[in-house]
Design a protein around this ligand. Structure first.
Ligand SMILES: *[C@@H]1O[C@H](CO)[C@@H](O)[C@H](O)[C@H]1NC(C)=O
Ligand SMILES: *[C@@H]1O[C@H](CO)[C@@H](O)[C@H](O)[C@H]1NC(C)=O
Length: 419
């Protein structure tokens, strides 16, 4: 991350965003500024040209990848993470929103009502494989980002979009009444109603946190409606992934039990952002604070028991629910474990918990730009530089060193606080 291309984890572009989401939350709950500079530089550097569509990676970007960067920037705005760059955190989040809600064009595929009656595609451009899917995290992510922008700015354009994305999602990706959240629908297949049903924590948690923000910023009958949606999604999320037979420890049910079949870097990462989004849901909706935090606490104990890797610092595995190390160790399980520990600092910090994520009227200082990213030049394959193997290896090693150092800080703080 430092020394090579700032913010870029080679071949895993979006994971840089998840890392920064992690380090920003870590800083917020611990006041440890050690990783702020590297976070700030990377989060700014990848923000080109104002909306996280840097020319180097345009060919590969999915709406979900871009959302994760927008989500990290939004978090930075809401927590008043220091900013000094060309683009403000808030404007970067707005840039992602602007891209994804724009009508489709050859240079930018946004909200596409010509297929499935709406929704964003998984991938940005029609030549990418996976373009024909409209998936849970891309749409749940855009829903969450809209709701967060609404709460931060109180601009009702964002609320209208959150409502619109939710309305489209119900019946396509979210099951009316049962609040099951599906992974994907495919354009052209049974009128976009035949879903890929695999349950993933981050699909559920992306929609849940979005609904929590809408609840927090609405009043009256609207608020009542969003509260019921929060309850429905929260109940379903807790019932699906925090099983009594596991002592209510979070389990990625479609992956964790299958160490030899499921080890791709994505599937083993989702519990991390999901943990953060569940924790912030608890902060925004006090009615379900206890219910969620009790389970996140049980989960942290499970995760800690899985961090018994043979090397220093203690590497974590994925089998939190089994309270033991498993073969899947490395960057992603460590980010996930750090997130579950960090979010368990919420109960120790009543001041931050009461304040919640900031808004422009409660002390958030990041200045917006409603036109962010709108005139950016993008999707120009001639600007793609070749990436050499040496670049990759070098950056990978630096990343590993950075993660290891940061993680030992996290685990130390967690243990100190528990004792
Ligand atoms: C794009 O790639 C070039 C060449 O490797 C690099 O110098 C530059 O920093 C990259 N920009 C971003 C935003 O990643
Ligand atoms: C969610 O669970 C609570 C009990 O914890 C229950 O009161 C509520 O009715 C449930 N809501 C939905 C929508 O299922």
């Amino acid at each position: 991350m430092s020394g090579n291309i700032p913010g870029d984890i080679p071949d895993k572009w979006y994971e840089g965003a998840v890392l920064f989401l992690s380090t920003i939350n870590y800083w917020y709950f611990t006041n440890d500024t050690t990783y702020n500079d590297v976070t700030k530089v990377g989060l700014e550097f990848q923000g080109e040209p104002g909306d996280y569509m840097p020319a180097n990676w345009t060919e590969w970007i999915g709406n979900d990848d871009q959302f994760f960067w927008g989500c990290a920037a939004m978090t930075a705005a809401e927590l008043n993470f220091p900013e000094t760059g060309q683009y403000s955190w808030l404007s970067l989040a707005q840039g992602v929103f602007n891209d994804q809600t724009a009508a489709p064009s050859p240079r930018n595929t946004g909200w596409d009502e010509t297929t499935c009656g709406g929704g964003v595609h998984w991938q940005k451009f029609s030549e990418q494989s996976g373009f024909n899917d409209k998936n849970g995290i891309s749409n749940g992510g855009l829903f969450q980002l809209s709701a967060r922008l609404y709460r931060y700015t109180n601009n009702t354009e964002y609320a209208d979009w959150a409502q619109k994305i939710w309305d489209w999602s119900v019946g396509h990706l979210v099951v009316n009444g049962t609040f099951e959240v599906w992974d994907t629908v495919t354009v052209g297949t049974d009128d976009c109603h035949f879903p890929g049903r695999t349950p993933w924590t981050y699909n559920y948690a992306s929609y849940l946190l979005g609904a929590a923000y809408m609840y927090a910023q609405t009043t009256g009958a609207d608020q009542e409606r969003w509260l019921n949606i929060v309850y429905g999604l929260a109940n379903k999320t807790l019932d699906t992934f925090f099983l009594a037979k596991n002592g209510y420890i979070l389990e990625e049910v479609s992956c964790d039990p299958y160490p030899t079949e499921c080890f791709d870097s994505n599937s083993i990462l989702f519990k991390g952002p999901s943990s953060l989004w569940l924790g912030w849901t608890a902060v925004l909706v006090p009615q379900i604070y206890d219910k969620i935090m009790l389970k996140l606490q049980a989960t942290a104990e499970g995760a800690a028991a899985s961090c018994t890797g043979p090397t220093t610092p203690n590497l974590c595995g994925c089998s939190w629910y089994q309270k033991k190390l498993d073969p899947r160790q490395g960057l992603e399980p460590m980010m996930s474990a750090s997130n579950i520990f960090t979010i368990n600092l919420i109960p120790f910090d009543s001041q931050r918990r009461t304040k919640g994520p900031l808004t422009s009227s409660t002390g958030g200082t990041s200045k917006g730009n409603v036109n962010a990213g709108k005139n950016a030049i993008r999707h120009d394959p001639s600007r793609l530089p070749p990436i050499t193997t040496a670049d990759r290896a070098g950056a990978g090693i630096l990343t590993a060193i950075f993660i290891a150092a940061w993680f030992s800080g996290v685990i130390w703080i967690f243990l100190a606080d528990k004792s």
